[in-house]
Structures are given as structure tokens and as C-alpha cells.
Design a protein around this ligand. Structure first.
Ligand SMILES: [Zn+2]
Ligand SMILES: [Zn+2]
Length: 372
């Protein structure tokens, strides 16, 4: 009796472990590599109790591993230290040291950084790939930017649409920002921060040739701030790097090879989204259904994005309106009424509605479907 109860308890506990492992697997953010580059999944803006966050640095590493990230940056506020009385840390590199000591780079790449925290302009900025955060403490923000540049940092403007600093929520480039760009002390902008997407920031990135970024800027727990258990996810930057290494990520960021994954939307330059879409959505089969004139096109979506497609051809679809879904990690077959049996190939243009390549503009994909 005693034994069987123990066995029963064991079975129950094993099955509940099995379920949670499955759930942990499902929450991982997954995008395929693109031609020539690794797709590196990065969250480059995070806080802990070492500035105004609510968690010990180790939690950031564990969350990142659960979300399947490749890289995170440690970006405590330099000038805002509300927990200083409880956690006095004269060495501003401590949060990075704790996080980076927990993992090997093969598991998770931890990038040292700091958030330069000033009123607008220039507002807040993250300097990442820094060598020593302690040297970034100065009353003069230009000295801080100059020191970060001296350390080889990649510097990006944070939440330019933050209503505490831009009450109308519109990101605007000031003379100070222009000056920083000219002096190569500002290399990118958060087009996405936390729950916001700024079309104006995207415009500025495109006009000024700056790198497009999206970050969680998490202060509490990822699970409390983003609905991960309901298919949601934190915002991340997808970095297209030659290798999965710190230096390759840095090179790619300076070269502007990024896209942002935010709230089931991909945002980025056309030249970076197109290869990502091509790698994510593949046509697996094209054939007429039986003796009909209805063409069946099967898609395999190997990414985490639930794509919303818009048929821009003159043909109508048999089972969908002009707008249809290609769910994440799923095969989907779409039926096109081509009126007559086409021979050779069909050129099919589709808009991918949950992508943004410039304000108000989704990416398009052009499929050249060989008809057997
Ligand atoms: Zn900030
Ligand atoms: Zn922040």
C-alpha cells in the first residue's frame, strides 16, 4: 500500500514535470537563420536591483534562458540608483559580473552595458560593449558619451517616445542628437521599448542610417510584464550576425543588420526582413486539386510569427478572404481559383501585414510558383 502510494505520487510528479518542460519549450523565441547570417535573439535593455529593477541579476539570466535568447545586455541606470541605501555597490560592473559569471557564452552571451540617464535632450541611452561602467560616471553627459565611445561602445537612444520625456509620444531628433550622430556617439534607436512602437523613431532610423532596436526594458519579471503563458513574448532585437559571438553581434549592430520582434510584428529594413521572411515561410507544395482549376499552395512557417498575409493578385481564394493567416510552426494550404489551369509558373505577390519596413508600409513577398 505504502509503495503503491509512493509510485502514484512519483507518476503524478513526473507527469507534471513533463508538462512544465513542454511549456518551457513552447515559450522559447524561435526564428530561423537567414542566408549568410545567424539570427541572434537579443534583449539589450534590462534592469535589476542594481538600479531600479525588482530582481537580483541572476533572474535575468534564468529568464533569458527560458525564453531561448542568445544574448542579453546588462544596462543599469548610471544616475538613478533608488536601492543604493540597501545595495550600495561602488563597483558599477557588479550586475554584469554576476550575470556573466553564471553562464558560458555557448549558453547565453552577456553583454556589459549601462543606461546613461538624463533629461531630454538627449534623454536616456544605452552604451553596450563597454569595458568599465565606473568610468562613465560624470556630471557632463558629453563626457559620458565620449568615454563610452572611447571604450568602443555601441550607443542607442532609449524610448524616444516615452511620454515622461515626450508628452505627445512623438520621437523627435534634436540638435543634440544630431551632434551625437555626427560625432559617432549615437548608433541606433529603440523603435520599440516595452509596450510602445514609434513610427517616428523608425523614420529617424531610416533617414539617419541608424540601427533599429527593440527591447523589453524589463524592471519586474518578464512573466508579469508580458503574457508569455498566452502566446505572448517580450520585445527582442533579431541581430543578423556572421557568428554567434559577442564580437559578431557588435559588428552586426554597427552595420545595422537587425529586425525587431514586437507583439507578433516584425519591424525592420526591407533588406533585412525579406531574407527573414524567406527563411521563415517556405512553399512546400504547389498542385491543382484533382481535376479542378483550383490551385493548392502549401506553406510551412518555421518561425514564431503568426503571419497575416494579404493576397494582392486578381484571383480570389477558395477558403479565405484576401487576408489569411499562416500560423507559427504550422503547415497551411491556401486554394487559389485561377479560372483556367495555368501552365509554367504563377507569380504571386503577398503583403505580410504584420511587418513594417517603413511607416505605414508592410513587407511584400513575391512567390514564383512553378506549376507541375
Ligand atoms: Zn530609460
Ligand atoms: Zn531602462
Amino acid at each position: 500500500m505504502k509503495i503503491s502510494v509512493t509510485i502514484l505520487m512519483l507518476m503524478v510528479s513526473v507527469s507534471s514535470i513533463g508538462q512544465s518542460l513542454e511549456a518551457i519549450e513552447a515559450r522559447k523565441i524561435v526564428f530561423p537563420n537567414v542566408t549568410g547570417y545567424h539570427t541572434i535573439i537579443c534583449d539589450l535593455h534590462q534592469h535589476t536591483v542594481f538600479s531600479d529593477g525588482a530582481v537580483w541579476p541572476s533572474v535575468r539570466v534564468m529568464e533569458a534562458q527560458r525564453d531561448g535568447l542568445d544574448a542579453i545586455a546588462v544596462t543599469e541606470h548610471l544616475e538613478y540608483q533608488p536601492h543604493k541605501d540597501d545595495i550600495p555597490h561602488p563597483d558599477r560592473n557588479r550586475a554584469f559580473e554576476i550575470e556573466s559569471s553564471m553562464v558560458q557564452a555557448e549558453e547565453l552571451i552577456v553583454i556589459p552595458g549601462s543606461e546613461i540617464t538624463r533629461s531630454m535632450p538627449p534623454g536616456h541611452a544605452n552604451a553596450i560593449f563597454i569595458k568599465d561602467a565606473n568610468k562613465l560616471l560624470s556630471d557632463d553627459y558629453m563626457e559620458v558619451y565620449a568615454e563610452a565611445k572611447k571604450q568602443g561602445a555601441f550607443i542607442f537612444w532609449n524610448h524616444p517616445d516615452w511620454t515622461d520625456q515626450a508628452p505627445d509620444g512623438i520621437a523627435r531628433l534634436t540638435e543634440i542628437h544630431r551632434d551625437l550622430i555626427d560625432q559617432q556617439m549615437l548608433h541606433g534607436i529603440e523603435v520599440v521599448n516595452m509596450y510602445t512602437f514609434s513610427e517616428e523613431a523608425l523614420s529617424i532610423c531610416l533617414q539617419e542610417n541608424l540601427t533599429i532596436l527593440g527591447t523589453s526594458d524589463v524592471h519586474g519579471l518578464i512573466d508579469w510584464e508580458y503574457p508569455v503563458w498566452f502566446g505572448g513574448h517580450r520585445p527582442v532585437t533579431l541581430v543578423f550576425a556572421e557568428k554567434r559571438s559577442m564580437s559578431s553581434i557588435k559588428d552586426a549592430l554597427f552595420a545595422g543588420r537587425t529586425a525587431v520582434w514586437f507583439n507578433n510584428t516584425l519591424i525592420g529594413r526591407v533588406e533585412h526582413l525579406k531574407p527573414l521572411l524567406e527563411a521563415s515561410v517556405k512553399v512546400t507544395n504547389v498542385a491543382y486539386a484533382g481535376n479542378t482549376n483550383v490551385l493548392e499552395v502549401s506553406f510551412s512557417n518555421v518561425s514564431d510569427a503568426n503571419f497575416t498575409m494579404k493576397n494582392t493578385s486578381s484571383y480570389s481564394l477558395q477558403r479565405n478572404s484576401n487576408i489569411f493567416e499562416l500560423p507559427a510552426h504550422t503547415e497551411t494550404t491556401i486554394r487559389i481559383k485561377t479560372i483556367t489551369r495555368l501552365e509554367g509558373a504563377l507569380n504571386w505577390k503577398l503583403e505580410v501585414l504584420n511587418t513594417v519596413v517603413k511607416p505605414q508600409t508592410p513587407a511584400t513577398i513575391e512567390l514564383n510558383l512553378a506549376i507541375p
